[in-house]
Design a protein around this ligand. Structure first.
Ligand code: XLS
Ligand code: NI
Ligand code: NI
Length: 435
């Protein structure tokens, strides 16, 4: 059945194509640094945005046209949506997807019924994955929409709510395992606070860590070998979210003995909400060997919300792909379009324009980053900038073979140090050569 009858299969036509339903830069089988573009990117579509986002905003309701969706919270409607979604994956050539339990299956009026609904949809998705050759990048549980989670799930002041959330995590992990998911994500939108007047922060953090440890234990029990991720975000919906940025997440994981079990799933718009660039967040994560996956989107500097726009900024995609190449590529992770169309882009074909644009923007970013690396001048400059650490007193400091006394004697005999220019403008000009 064709739910998008007017949309052809999107193929690569090259930069001179004027066809809006074609890739101008994303050529899945083209080799870059010896690996296909498809394998570099590992593009994923977000079930929640493609199938479930009606495009409402705080001031107005849904605008998205979804002629296939009868708007009922039924398993039948959920199964039909899954069929639509896989046609979308086929036509865009996206290999992976990500979901929350409540995106793919309805939350019914009791937990047992919701679990059964999730199992039914999971079985259907398994068949669709096999038939269409698609894979699950990661699954997750929605522990933020239902009113019971208004004060958190893993950090709820109410133990019964925590238990309910844990039950949802268990069922979502079962679904992820059944679908061969390569990862499982925790994004704690409500795991934070609105006011510290009513909050026992230490106790809440202990509980959140306990939930994550239970997930690690359960994964062992059921044989789930996928990668666990934490997705940082500073706020929205909570006033302060505990997993606020890369550094805060890493500190939390270290403090609670979870470093070996979790990597980070970094989202561009969350980085900017935290007052960082995505490049900063990636650099922090890579330094701790903890960059797992990416939620690819971009924010709007003029709005200041998590606007989850499709990535089109070539400087951004170049810097992201430069870091991905630098770390040796994704292993379990990928580029998940956690992005939505603007409310004004309400027609089904806009889903295609959005993803085509994001994929082409990343393809250009990948090519620019590879050109930059092949050229080598930027890397050479950085290596040279730090070359005083390669020998002499620098090497001694790095090897921890010196002391304040020795360095004092050295500095006294050395005169005023000479430091070279940082050459920021030159490097910015160089970067522009490759974009
Ligand atoms: C929301 C988050 C969310 C996670 C998955 O801002 O990005 O969509 O990716 O729960
Ligand atoms: Ni996200
Ligand atoms: Ni987001």
């Amino acid at each position: 059945m064709a739910f998008f009858p007017d949309i052809p299969k999107i193929t690569y036509e090259g930069p001179s194509s004027k066809n809006p339903f074609a890739f101008k830069h994303y050529n899945p089988d083209e080799l870059i640094e010896g690996k296909t573009m498809r394998d570099h990117m590992r593009f994923a579509a977000a079930y929640w945005h493609v199938m479930r986002n009606g495009l409402s905003d705080p001031f107005g309701g849904a605008t998205a046209l979804m002629p296939w969706d009868d708007q009922s919270d039924t398993v039948d409607n959920a199964l039909k949506r899954a069929d639509v979604f896989f046609e979308f994956l086929d036509k865009t050539g996206i290999d992976y997807y990500c979901f929350h339990d409540r995106d793919i299956a309805p939350e019914l009026n009791d937990l047992a019924k919701s679990n059964t609904a999730l199992e039914k949809v999971t079985a259907h998705l398994k068949g669709l994955q096999q038939a269409h050759g698609k894979k699950l990048l990661w699954g997750t549980a929605c522990l933020f929409s239902h009113p019971r989670y208004s004060q958190g799930a893993g950090t709820s002041p109410c133990a019964d709510v925590f238990a309910y959330g844990a039950a949802q995590v268990k069922a979502a992990m079962d679904a992820t395992l059944a679908l061969g998911g390569e990862g499982y994500t925790f994004w704690g939108g409500r795991e934070g606070y609105s006011t510290l007047l009513n909050t026992d922060m230490k106790r809440e953090l202990d509980h959140l860590a306990a939930l994550l440890h239970m997930a690690v234990d359960y994964a062992k029990k059921i044989g789930f070998k996928g990668q666990f991720y934490i997705e940082p975000k500073p706020r929205e919906p909570s006033t302060h979210q505990y997993d606020s940025d890369s550094a805060a997440c890493l500190n939390f994981l270290r403090e609670y003995g979870l470093m070996g079990h979790f990597k980070l799933n970094l989202e561009t718009n969350h980085a900017t909400l935290a007052g960082h660039t995505m490049l900063h967040e990636m650099t922090v994560a890579i330094a701790a060997d903890s960059l797992g996956s990416i939620d690819a989107n971009q924010g709007d500097e003029l709005i200041g919300w998590d606007t989850d726009q499709f990535p089109t900024d070539l400087y951004l995609t170049t810097s992201i792909m430069q870091k991905v190449l630098e770390m040796g590529g994704f292993t379990t992770g990928g580029l998940n379009f956690d992005a939505k169309r603007r409310r004004e882009s309400h027609e089904p074909e806009d889903l295609f324009h959005a993803h085509i644009g994001g994929m082409d923007a990343f393809a250009r970013g990948l090519k620019s980053a590879a050109r930059m690396r092949a050229d080598g001048r930027i890397a050479e400059f950085v290596a040279k900038r730090y070359s005083s650490w390669d020998s002499g007193i620098g090497a001694k400091i790095e090897a921890k073979q010196t002391s304040l006394e020795e360095l004092s004697a050295y500095a006294l005999g050395n005169g005023e140090p000479a430091i070279g220019s940082g050459r920021q403008e030159l490097l910015e000009n160089l970067l522009n050569e490759f974009i």
